[in-house]
Design a protein around this ligand. Structure first.
Ligand code: SF4
Ligand code: SF4
Length: 226
């Protein structure tokens, strides 16, 4: 799995299978809590204080508690494993940072107390044109175009020197130290963390699918227990 296109296609093709497996596993755990005298389904309407209603509350508790805690623990493990790999100094992440937010939006977010936006703005400035950004990682920007994900803004760090060194390395902010902190990011082949990402990709997708399923179930359970 190398190019941005291959990384994207591979993730997409295995995600459906992983999602269905996660859904089966979560369903089985919720079904185990079902009282014998309940004949309806999980998202049915039940009377207050009935066995069906109590089952729904127990399922919510399991999803928000034990299952969410497992996801959090596994996510921490894969992020801790990342420290076994190291930056290869290619500088791609300094030359090209993508955000769904424009500069004005990021400034507003920072004013509203968003810590990530504040850090991001302390490092990155926007490219004047998309063409300039494209020179850094053409394949990735082409991929965004192909997938109709073009509502993206491109930034770069002015602290990067001509020879691809960080001119303020000792004081670089946490977002630089943590990159890549999203195991589902598309990484350039030159990135020293790409081997990490490839290795943990199936489990990262599994955790992502579980979060999606939990979110869906909790919304449906909230509606059912209104
Ligand atoms: S502060 Fe240094 S490490 Fe962070 S993006 Fe800029 S050049 Fe890269
Ligand atoms: S893209 Fe990866 S290898 Fe390149 S500078 Fe960033 S963290 Fe280091």
């Amino acid at each position: 799995m190398n190019s941005a296109e291959e990384q994207f296609s591979n993730q997409k093709s295995i995600y459906r299978e992983i999602f269905l497996k996660s859904a089966d596993e979560i369903n089985a755990r919720l079904a185990k809590l079902k009282p014998e005298n309940v004949t309806g389904d999980l998202f049915d309407k039940y009377e207050n204080n009935s066995s069906g209603r109590n089952w729904q509350f127990e399922c919510k508790e399991l999803l928000k508690g034990e299952i969410s805690a497992e996801i959090y623990r596994k996510m921490k493990e894969i992020l801790a494993y990342r420290t076994q790999f190291s930056c290869a100094g290619c500088a791609t992440c300094c030359k090209l940072a993508c955000s769904e937010f424009s500069l004005a939006e990021l400034k507003q977010k920072a004013l509203n107390g968003d810590k990530f936006a504040t850090q991001f703005l302390s490092v990155f400035v926007p490219y004047e044109t998309k063409e300039e950004a494209k020179k850094v990682y053409p394949e990735y920007i082409e991929l965004l175009k192909q997938k109709n994900c073009e509502d993206v803004y491109f930034y770069h760090c002015p602290k990067l020197t001509e020879d691809n060194r960080c001119s303020d390395y000792e004081n670089r902010p946490q977002i630089c130290r943590d990159f890549p902190d999203n195991p589902l990011s598309i990484l350039p082949v030159s990135c020293g963390f790409k081997a990490w990402k490839d290795e943990i990709n199936p489990i990262a997708l599994m955790l992502h699918s579980m979060l999606e399923i939990i979110d869906f179930y909790l919304k449906k359970l909230d509606e059912a227990t209104k």
